[in-house]
Design a protein around this ligand. Structure first.
Ligand code: NYM
Ligand code: MG
Length: 231
């Protein structure tokens, strides 16, 4: 068999691709991101959303950053556990690389009609790194340039006074009330029209209803639109 014969799609493949393009059979998935300070309830809401979207027949996958499973993620994990010291700019770029190593996976999922629910994204990197002294806010945004832009960012907005009273953080780096306050102020600087600021102090189920309603309309609205890019 000659090479060009091998390359040629079958009649079925040819018409499948052509018809898919004509009728947009594969509508794209939505990129849904959760952001917020530590202990704002993101993980709980993400898991619930994945479950509820799947129950509605929407193909949905869950991702979280940092993705501690990769080689790069392992460096981040030991940094967060204070087992390793790294210069502020170095760890910033490492967190960014951890998202970039998932970029193709994210894009192809969306293009194949899979909706993604992501627990933290590039916004966390800016908010946490820029909370450190001598880290320039604008500089912190640069490494994320060109990453797929979320269709919606659900920001779990906690009352800072209540958070300070409650305390009870873990022992990882950044888990102090003072640091969280600066992180919170940085998140506020990142808000754009793709963000939905939600009151994280209300009952979990009530909050979830609001998230689910918004997420369902987003998954419907993005179907025929192009993926956007940061920033
Ligand atoms: N964090 C997370 C960053 O500093 N930069 C980033 O890019 C991301 C994604 O990691 N305190 C910080 C925020 C958290 C910590 O995340 C671990 P989590 O969601 O608490 O496991
Ligand atoms: Mg945490």
């Amino acid at each position: 068999m000659r090479d060009e014969e091998l390359e040629r799609p079958s009649v079925h493949e040819y018409w499948f691709v052509k018809l898919s393009k004509m009728t947009s059979l594969t509508k794209r998935g939505a990129l849904i991101v959760f952001e917020g300070c530590d202990r704002s309830g993101k993980t709980t809401q993400c898991k619930k959303l994945v479950e509820n979207l799947r129950n509605k027949g929407i193909t949905t996958e869950f991702l979280c950053f940092p993705d501690r499973s990769t080689a790069i993620g392992k460096v981040i994990d030991s940094y967060l556990k204070k087992e390793e010291e790294l210069p502020d700019r170095t760890i910033h770029l490492t967190f960014a690389a951890n998202i970039w190593e998932n970029e193709q996976k994210i894009k192809s999922a969306l293009q194949n009609g899979v909706t993604l629910v992501i627990d933290r994204y590039a916004y966390s990197n800016v908010a946490y790194s820029a909370a450190k002294e001598a880290m320039d806010f604008k500089w912190c945004t640069l490494p994320a340039t060109g990453l797929p832009k979320p269709d919606v960012v659900f920001f779990l907005d906690m009352n800072m006074e209540a958070m300070e009273k409650r305390g009870g953080f873990g022992s990882e780096r950044y888990e102090t009330t003072n640091f969280q306050r600066s992180v919170y102020n940085n998140f506020k600087k990142l808000i754009d029209k793709s963000w939905k600021v939600l009151n994280a102090d209300q009952k979990k189920d009530v909050l979830h209803e609001e998230i689910l309603t918004n997420a369902l309309s987003i998954t419907e609205n993005v179907k025929n639109s192009e993926i956007g890019y940061l920033w």
